[in-house]
Design a protein around this ligand. Structure first.
Ligand code: ATP
Ligand code: MG
Length: 453
């Protein structure tokens, strides 16, 4: 069922329900109020008769004047004695006159139906010295009232039907306007699905706030997907380019081997050495690319609580020994515990220290600073540095500050983008301070997440 018909149906049923309740209430309220007025009239007359009889001590009980002064054409008044004899009566309405008299010692008031029409009937006892003498009875037709009620019924029905018809058309028109843009959105989405080309939705001027939000959210999503696709394309292009160079080198050395390798030992050694080097490079490159791909998965991090200080010290010792460099660690005397993925943090530090080793010759300083809710790690080298204008791009994939520089160091330009990913996943931040010729400090800061773990 479409939103439009559902909304129309709901509104109409709800309206019918409300109107029904309202009409029932009005109808019975009017009946009650008007009938009470009529009752009052006939009761007054009966009371007057009783008063007169009481005053005259029942002397004029059969005097026609007693009743004829009060009588009205749509009424009947009569006095009935205890032995059921009608001693005095007035009225021209035969139906009213034919109501059987009943003598009772209590007052009675009721609505009777005579020939399909309503009439009020009232009976009050006559007492003399506490002895029941008879009753005074009065009846009054409600013909005028009933005809007014008929008019009321017609009026209520006509207005209700009118309201329902207006509601149907109104709701239909309104929901058409409401769902129009949705239909247009569906159309655009189908178009995107069919053609594979990402379109943005156009924003109408009078769209409701919710629809504007929906359109904005959709467009944002499309832009994001668009950007992602662009990044992916760029990555594939860059990756192919990166892979091509070592493969070309390997290919040409393999050719060389084929031609002269058998006879010339020098050529053979050079080729084998170069092939081994390039293969190593390829391995590193693919490992980095794989890490970046894995980092996109949701459960990449395995968090636990650990001592950052211990990780840094251990890593500094290993790298210092491997590369024969002096790596000085400055850490607080206490343990520095944080909640995160220990292996990934180690990998991140390795990337930073590896750069410091590659791009400097002096000793390297690693500082750990502790704040209340955060931990800061700074890796400082006193090497070639990076021009300030290049700093914002250092974290981009495959970015190297100086193409010539990397030939000798052999980096792929993926290290810092992996580092940035790890920092981001730990909700941390990274800053680079550098001066060409003086050295570089990469500073990372993590929330310690003390409440976890
Ligand atoms: P990889 O780390 O993937 O082997 P890489 O070191 O070239 O290769 P990144 O670690 O991403 O790549 O660094 C990007 C670039 O930033 C480097 O090529 C280098 O030019 C510059 N850079 C990074 N760290 C330093 C540093 N400590 N001193 C000077 N330049 C640096
Ligand atoms: Mg690096």
């Amino acid at each position: 069922m479409t939103l439009r018909s559902r909304y129309t149906l709901f509104t109409v049923f709800w309206l019918i329900f409300i109107l029904l309740l309202y009409n029932i209430f009005v109808y019975f309220f009017v009946i009650r109020v008007t009938t009470r007025g009529e009752e009052q009239i006939i009761a007054n007359k009966v009371d007057l008769v009783l008063d007169t009889l009481r005053k005259n001590k029942l002397a004029d009980i059969d005097d026609p004047k007693l009743l004829s002064d009060l009588y009205n054409a749509n009424e009947m008044l009569r006095v009935v004695t205890k032995d059921m004899t009608v001693v005095n009566t007035v009225g021209i309405d035969k139906d009213l006159m034919s109501i059987t008299p009943v003598v009772s010692n209590v007052s009675r008031s009721e609505t009777v139906h005579i020939g399909g029409q309503r009439a009020l009937f009232l009976s009050k006892p006559i007492y003399q010295n506490d002895v029941l003498i008879g009753v005074v009875e009065g009846a009054r037709r409600l013909t005028v009232l009933d005809s007014y009620l008929q008019i009321l019924l017609v009026a209520l029905s006509v207005t209700s039907i009118g309201a329902i018809v207006f509601a149907i058309f109104g709701t239909y028109w309104f929901t058409s306007r409401l769902t129009g843009p949705i239909a247009q959105m569906v159309q655009t989405m189908r178009e995107i699905d069919r053609s594979g080309v990402l379109h943005r939705l156009k924003m109408g001027r009078e769209e409701s706030v919710e629809l504007q939000q929906l359109i904005r959210a959709f467009n944002q999503m499309i832009e994001r997907i668009d950007r992602n696709i662009e990044t992916q394309k760029q990555f594939v292009a860059d990756a192919s380019h990166e892979l091509k160079t070592p493969l070309t080198v390997i290919g040409s050395y393999a050719d060389m081997l084929k031609r002269w390798g058998r006879d010339n030992a020098e050529v053979r050694d050079e080729a084998v050495e170069a092939i081994a080097q390039e293969t190593e490079r390829l391995k590193r490159l693919t490992r980095s690319m794989l890490t970046l791909a894995e980092a996109e998965q949701d459960n990449w991090l395995q968090r636990s609580r650990f001592d950052v200080s211990a990780v840094v010290k251990e890593l500094a010792a290993v790298l210092g020994k491997t590369f024969q460099r002096d790596i000085r660690v400055h850490a607080p005397s206490s343990t520095v515990s944080m909640y995160g993925d220990k292996d990934k943090i180690r990998q991140l530090l390795q990337i930073l220290i590896d750069n410091a080793i590659k791009y400097s010759k002096e000793p390297i300083d690693v500082r750990i600073r502790l704040a209340k809710n955060s931990v800061k790690i700074e890796v400082t080298d006193y090497g070639i540095g990076v021009p300030e204008s290049e700093i914002p791009f250092m974290f981009e994939r495959f970015y190297r500050v100086d193409e010539a520089r990397h030939r000798s160091t052999g980096g792929s330009g993926l290290g810092l983008s992996i580092a940035k990913k790890i920092v981001d996943l730990h909700e941390g931040s990274v800053e680079v301070f550098s001066k060409p010729g003086n050295g570089t400090t990469v500073s990372i800061q993590f929330p310690r997440n003390l409440q976890y773990g």
